[in-house]
Design a protein around this ligand. Sequence first.
Ligand SMILES: Cc1cc2nc3c(=O)[nH]c(=O)nc-3n(C[C@H](O)[C@H](O)[C@H](O)COP(=O)(O)OP(=O)(O)OC[C@H]3O[C@@H](n4cnc5c(N)ncnc54)[C@H](O)[C@@H]3O)c2cc1C
Length: 380
Amino acid sequence: MDFELSAEEQAIQTRARELAAQAAEEAARLERQGAFPAPVFSAWAAAGMCGLALPREYGGQGSGYVSYCLAQMELAQVSPSAALLVHLNHSLVGMALARFGAPAHKERFLPPLARGEALGFFALTEPGAGSDPGGMATVARRQGELYFLTGTKNFVTAGDRARFGIVFALTAPEKGAKGISALLVEPGATPGLTISPPEERISLRGAPSVTLRFQETPVPAENLLGAPEEGLKIALTVLDGARVGAAAQAVGLGRAALRHALNHARSRRQFGQPLAQFQAIQFKLADMATELEAAALLTLKAAWLRDQGRPFGAAAAMAKRLATDAAMQATVEAVQILGGYGLLTDHPVARLFEDAKAGQIYEGTNEIMRLIIARELLKS
Ligand SMILES: Cc1cc2nc3c(=O)[nH]c(=O)nc-3n(C[C@H](O)[C@H](O)[C@H](O)COP(=O)(O)OP(=O)(O)OC[C@H]3O[C@@H](n4cnc5c(N)ncnc54)[C@H](O)[C@@H]3O)c2cc1C
């Protein structure tokens, strides 16, 4: 077993660390305002970090998922919202195109994503179908060379800014979950689409989500991604891989909480000594560091399995479950170590606490992760 990173992985990690440090001040200001982290995203794009594991021939870097996760662990420390946006482009929309796109789709849609010149969206969730996407109601009716989309997708991150995205819809409603297809949709060129104002939420406010309402919205039939009725397979395959990246974001977020807690414990004095001298505080710090280290190792193992072309679904679910829970717990303890200051809305720790909760919910809740892990266990 070799825990050393390759020279390329080390270089990407170092570069990500430098870029994150350069962006830290502006990122903190934007995160405080809940504003869209455009300058942070642009800096990441300019450095070629938006397409790390996407294919080189379509504007990506062609590095592995380990490199991508190492970079996300750095970015999420300074801007969890920017990390989510990069992740959405790279691991959801980008990976779906790379794996299932026809050459014409890849040529047209992948390079702007991989270079960070455009955002993509991934519209799976509906008001009546969250953990169970097979229960979706959105329909795409084929007529000649067009599909006509009707239905509602909510929680669509970046749906108001993205140049294009993937919408999952029933093309064979009578087949239920087996009748779902994936369509590439360009909101700018699409009549019959209404985009809501951003959904107000407490977490990751810099990466807003919207509700998309389709009413007999025409989509060219050539925009079908993959084969007809392959949509659920596409969604689940892409989500499997993306979860490794979601785990990496959580590790970064948790590390940021730990760093704030350490700084505060060293500098804040009570009863005549720094908080860090109290064993009760030391134990919290030790537990935070231990859980986050375990989460980082499991995340990198899942990424490595993926890079090796080996089965990684269960490892990805374990990494996502462990890392997002470790990040949540790290932020809870960081608030406790900061005392009342940790609850002040302009303190980064208060925001990390709010942001961490989203990780336990998106891309499959942690209950769904347990179902996936248990299914694998019971198979053997
Ligand atoms: C910040 C953020 C960004 C998001 N971005 C996107 C996006 O870009 N695109 C998109 O499509 N979606 C997005 N989502 C939606 C997200 O994927 C869903 O919220 C998630 O899948 C859960 O669905 P739900 O909220 O409908 O909860 P539900 O499915 O209603 O679940 C509610 C609760 O019941 C539990 N539960 C459900 N089924 C089971 C079961 N079988 N066994 C045990 N427990 C169960 C869940 O774990 C959860 O605790 C985003 C969500 C958030 C918070």
